[in-house]
Design a protein around this ligand. Structure first.
Ligand code: RB5
Length: 148
């Protein structure tokens, strides 16, 4: 599985920690985020990753800003993107199982390196359940994209 990761200036250290964890686990990872602490706005960081998912450069994404909130809002403006902001592993697992989330977001000011690894592991190892009721609800979400 190919994983994309992106981050703003507030999340360089946490991004590097998650990157190292993913590489240790054998994932192929593409870094779309900034590697410096110079201001790099989270909408740009989120948008780069969202486009990579849309173009099928990567299968799933991880997006990190200070809280995870701003970058998740930016990602969710992209068609076909279902980004979830999670500060614990249960929500991350259920976001895959029920919502077929394709981008996991969290905040460098909110979660520790260890907790981030747990959240990421839960997200990446969980498949969409493919249940009829979940497919129906996801279809309803994409219909909202067309209504605007
Ligand atoms: C940047 O300082 C900060 O606002 C950003 O990382 C994020 O927390 C926004 O949601």
């Amino acid at each position: 599985m190919k994983v994309g990761i992106s981050n703003d200036h507030s999340a360089v250290d946490l991004k590097n920690s998650v990157l190292a964890h993913l590489k240790e686990k054998g994932y192929e990872v593409i870094n779309y985020g900034t590697d410096t602490t110079d201001a790099y706005d989270y909408p740009l960081a989120g948008s780069k990753l969202a486009k990579a998912i849309q173009n099928e450069e990567v299968d799933l994404g991880i997006a990190i800003c200070g809280t995870g909130v701003g970058i998740s809002i930016a990602c969710n403006k992209h068609k076909g993107i279902r980004a979830c902001c999670c500060s614990e592993a249960t929500s991350a697992r259920l976001s895959r199982e029920h919502n077929d989330a394709n981008i996991l977001c969290f905040g460098a000011r909110v979660v520790s390196n260890e907790l981030a690894n747990d959240i990421v592991d839960a997200f990446l190892k969980t498949e969409f359940s493919n249940g009829e009721r979940h497919k129906r609800r996801i279809k309803q979400i994409s219909e909202i994209e067309y209504i605007g």
